[in-house]
Design a protein around this ligand. Structure first.
Ligand SMILES: *Cc1c(COP(=O)(O)O)cnc(C)c1O
Length: 357
């Protein structure tokens, strides 16, 4: 089987090297029903306490530098991992960072907010509740316009970094994971992850389409929804994934020799509606509101693998994984990959972890 060269595929796209890659693919315990669990450790992407946003920021910051930006503006909830990762990226790239955040300035910043300030970012509080994503996006656009007027050359990044450019981070991540699965001799029955703003999901789906076009194993993606109505600027995940593939095609630089390959060998990658599966049953009441199943999953992961999950994203994501396994979706002989998307700093905030027992 021909092996994919992720960097060759993405060679024409501006990229800032921010993450420590590849992240490990770790063997885990047996899931309910007997499938084997593997964990893709994207909590270990390195920069500024890691997590999935660092992969997206490699391409988002590559784009910012390519257009001559001098500052970054983005937006999120108080414990936004995306804001924290952007603050870290800005500081290593020499770009000023402005973060538009829900809620009010806290007396004592905790977790991600403490790190935002430590990385030197400027925080702008909107005062609205966390899940008022539309209101937050408008505030980001207003601040961007204001900064543009002062000559700060801002590059504005929508919530979660979930643009076609940001999704390329998980297109690359998908190819990286596929190579690791090949090396481990497994063909996963599913890749499961927590999803909110949709860029991780869209990137994995785009990667799946690319793998399928190359007749390689293309595992189904199961997204566990941990927020409602976050996707900004795109009608749906399939649309965002397709936009990421279009962006890749438009920036493609042919690798020497590849032009001579017969065109029958590869099909055009295309996203199909049945590539998209979002299980929304594990969200509970609202974004960042803990659930009993999520808290059980946090404890399960801690005791079975020494993995630290958070209550907003990865805990609920893992509850969806354990729930699907318990429903009999996979069985002995199946390999299932859970993408650990990070979220560590929020664990060390008030209420950030469930009772240990
Ligand atoms: C942002 C985030 C997610 C969800 O990723 P999206 O691309 O926004 O859907 C999952 N887990 C953690 C820890 C995150 O910070």
């Amino acid at each position: 089987m021909r092996s994919l060269d992720p960097d060759g595929v993405l060679a024409g796209v501006p990229r800032a090297r921010l993450a420590t890659l590849p992240t490990p693919l770790e063997r885990g315990p047996e899931l309910p029903g007997g499938a084997r669990l593997w964990v893709k450790r994207d909590d270990l992407t390195g920069l500024g306490a890691g997590g999935n946003k660092v992969r997206k920021l490699e391409f988002l910051c590559g784009e910012a530098i390519a257009v001559g930006a001098r500052s970054l503006v983005t937006v999120g909830a108080a414990q936004s991992n995306h804001c924290r990762a952007t603050a870290a990226a800005g500081t290593v790239l020499g770009l000023e960072v402005h973060l538009v955040m829900s809620g009010d300035r806290p007396e004592r910043p905790e977790g991600n907010q403490l790190l935002d300030l430590l990385f030197g970012a400027q925080l702008h509080f909107v005062g609205c509740p966390e899940s008022h994503w539309g209101e937050l996006e408008i505030a980001r656009e207003d601040l961007t316009a204001e900064l543009a007027g002062t000559g700060a050359a801002p590059h504005s990044i929508p919530i979660g970094g979930s643009t076609p450019t940001g999704a390329l981070g998980y297109l690359a991540g998908s190819l990286e994971l596929a190579a690791q699965c090949r090396a481990a001799g497994i063909e996963p029955a599913a890749i499961v992850h927590a999803s909110s703003s949709g860029g991780t999901h869209a990137g994995l789906v785009a990667g799946r389409a690319l793998l399928r076009a190359r007749r390689e194993h293309a595992a189904p993606i199961l997204a566990i929804g941990v927020a409602k109505g976050v996707l900004a600027g795109h009608p749906d995940i399939a649309d965002l994934a397709t936009a990421a593939l279009d962006l890749l095609a438009s920036s493609h630089v042919p690798v020497p020799g590849s032009e001579s390959r017969p065109s029958t060998e590869r099909a055009e990658p295309a996203v199909t509606p049945d590539d998209i599966e979002v299980d929304g049953r594990w969200l509970g009441g609202e974004y960042a509101e803990p659930t009993r199943a999520g808290d059980d999953a946090v404890r399960w992961a801690a005791r079975n693998g020494g993995w630290v999950l958070d209550r907003t994203y990865t805990g609920k994501g893992c509850s969806g994984l354990l729930g699907a396994a318990a429903e009999g979706r996979w069985g002995p002989g199946d390999d299932v990959v859970f993408v650990h998307t990070g979220g560590l700093p929020a664990v060390f905030t008030t209420g950030g972890a469930p009772a240990p027992a």
